[in-house]
Each structure stands twice: as structure tokens, then as C-alpha cells.
Design a protein. Structure first.
Length: 100
């Protein structure tokens, strides 16, 4: 059995490196998606179930202020139609607070 040349071995190692890099990227994307899902679930849970209006109410006002500027696609805006239904009451009066 003939031994592989150095260039063949390097090519094989490069292919393995690319495969591992693709796996790592996929794993990182999956972790990022999981984080986003979990933080979104927490926010929605607080909005729906938190009796402390200071938290849930403030969060709802903040989302109504920020989401229209953040969401670009119409399909995304439709997903949050219930949160965007009414304009935030504080948009003009507390704009400085939202920038902190």
C-alpha cells in the first residue's frame, strides 16, 4: 500500500478542518437560536402572567416603542400585531429613558 504524499495528507486535513468548522458553525447557530427562543419565551411569559404591572407594563411599553423600529419585514410585524396594536403612551415623553 502506497503512502500518501504530504500534499495529499494536507488536503485530507484541510477537508477535515472544513468539516469540523462547518459543524462548529452549525452548533453555534443552534445555541444562538436557543438563546433567542428562551429569552423570547421569558418576555412573553412576563407579559402574559406577571401580576407586577411595573414589570409587565413597562416591558409592554418598551416593546411597543422598540419593535416598530426593529422589525423590518411585514410578516414579522404581523407576528407581533397584538403587541403593536396601540402606540406607546410614553414614546415622546420618555424617549431619553429608552436610549439608556
Amino acid at each position: 500500500m502506497a503512502r500518501k504524499t504530504i500534499s495529499e495528507r494536507l488536503a485530507q486535513l484541510e477537508a477535515q478542518r472544513k468539516t469540523l468548522q462547518m459543524r462548529l458553525s452549525k452548533q453555534e447557530r443552534a445555541m444562538d437560536t436557543r438563546r433567542k427562543v428562551l429569552i423570547g419565551a421569558l418576555v412573553l411569559h412576563r407579559l402574559e402572567n406577571d401580576p407586577d404591572l411595573q414589570v409587565a407594563g413597562g416591558l409592554a411599553r418598551w416593546l411597543k416603542f422598540e419593535l416598530p423600529r426593529f422589525l423590518v419585514r411585514d410578516a414579522d410585524k404581523e407576528l407581533f400585531a397584538d403587541l403593536l396594536a396601540k402606540p406607546p403612551a410614553f414614546a415622546n415623553t420618555h424617549q431619553g429613558d429608552m436610549e439608556r
